[in-house]
Write a protein that binds this ligand. Structure first.
Ligand code: PEP
Ligand code: MN
Length: 337
């Protein structure tokens, strides 16, 4: 249930409504908007009398959220959420481009990639230090050393960074080094990890599990939101289907579906969504046309030598072309990039 306060409701009336929610055994999640405050009422499934809050001073009306996800739903938060990452905002008219190598491999490789993606127009650097690989024999990432390099590059290039965290006990560490924490597809339903990233106040990019429905993605986001972290972005990165021509099937439908169901920003990952570098730019263009708020793209100075995901990584010059193409598509749909 959502309590919509009158637009002139006083701080005291808001506090009273929150107190009433808590007295009834629910959690109150206030969202203070420009126009008015709304209070999300979440807790167990016990029915609440529809008029439990309607008579309180300052309350305009209450709305039942029938969907299983509450804090993530558009009913709860009708305007799109904007997630701030240092000076960059995601969820605005501007499509934000995050780019960089799949894995951090060395100082030189990371510096070169950061330089190239910044020059081309990316505003956030992606690079993995902890890699969740399908095979235990594949490169597992540089770990802490990688995080140190990421911070060094952040300082040198003034680029905010995003990197994956794969274990709850690493969340505090990764949060010290990166600006956005990525929860990868393989961990979308790692509930201990979702709890842990819900308890920090850093932006989180939650990627859709490779066999997860849109509703499961939103329920995973709900874990993070209900633990107190509102800075959540969702990422469509392709799902597993019977098709073998591509690594995954990029679900373009997910973008407008998510935009209608949730207020959270939606980022598209055409690199993992296709698995082939030749397909990354066309699918990136499609994702922006479909309404994505951001893109996350794998770029490597020398994809043939990459320790992970070389086949889907763009060379710097191809990435620069992608940015130009995406700008034109963004403008065609009333946005910018
Ligand atoms: C990645 O971003 O490199 C990655 C492992 O992504 P995903 O979790 O989508 O497979
Ligand atoms: Mn990758």
């Amino acid at each position: 249930m959502v309590i919509i306060m009158k637009h002139n409701a006083s701080a005291q009336e808001i506090a009273q409504a929150m107190k009433r929610v808590q007295e009834l055994g629910f959690k109150a999640h206030p969202i203070i908007g420009e126009e008015r405050t709304i209070i999300g009422v979440v807790g167990d499934e016990r029915p609440i009398e529809p008029d439990a809050f309607d008579t309180l001073d300052g309350v305009e009306r209450t709305v039942r959220v029938l969907r299983p996800f509450k804090l993530a739903s558009r009913e709860f938060h009708p305007e799109g959420s904007v997630v701030r990452v240092n000076g960059t905002t995601i969820g605005t008219q501007q499509v934000v481009i995050m780019a960089g190598p799949c894995s951090i491999e060395s100082r030189e490789q990371l510096m070169e990639a950061a330089h190239a993606v910044k020059e081309a127009g990316a505003s956030i650097l992606r690079a993995g230090a902890f890699k969740p690989r399908t095979s235990p024999y594949s490169f597992q990432g540089m770990g802490l050393k990688g995080l140190e390099l990421l911070r060094e590059v952040h300082e040198q290039y003034h680029l905010p960074t995003i990197t994956e965290v794969i274990a709850p006990q690493d969340v505090a560490l990764v949060a010290q080094y990166a600006d956005v924490l990525q929860v990868g597809a393989r961990n979308m339903q790692n509930f201990a990890l979702l709890h842990a990233v819900g308890q920090i106040q850093k932006p989180v990019l939650l990627k859709r599990g490779m066999m997860s429905t849109i509703e499961e993605l939103l329920m995973a986001a709900e874990y993070i939101l209900s633990n107190g972290n509102a800075r959540v972005m969702l990422c469509e990165r392709g799902i597993r289907t019977y098709e073998t021509a591509t690594r995954n099937t990029f679900d373009i439908n997910a973008i407008p579906v998510l935009k209608s169901l949730t207020h959270l920003p939606v980022v598209a990952d055409p690199s993992h969504g296709t698995g082939k570098w030749e397909l990354v730019t066309p699918v990136a263009r499609g994702a922006v046309a479909a309404g994505a708020d951001g893109l996350i793209i794998e770029v490597h100075p020398n994809p043939a030598q990459a320790l992970s995901d070389g086949a889907q990584s763009l060379k710097p010059e191809k990435f620069a072309q992608l940015v130009q193409d995406v700008k034109r598509v963004a403008e065609a749909v009333g946005r910018s990039a």
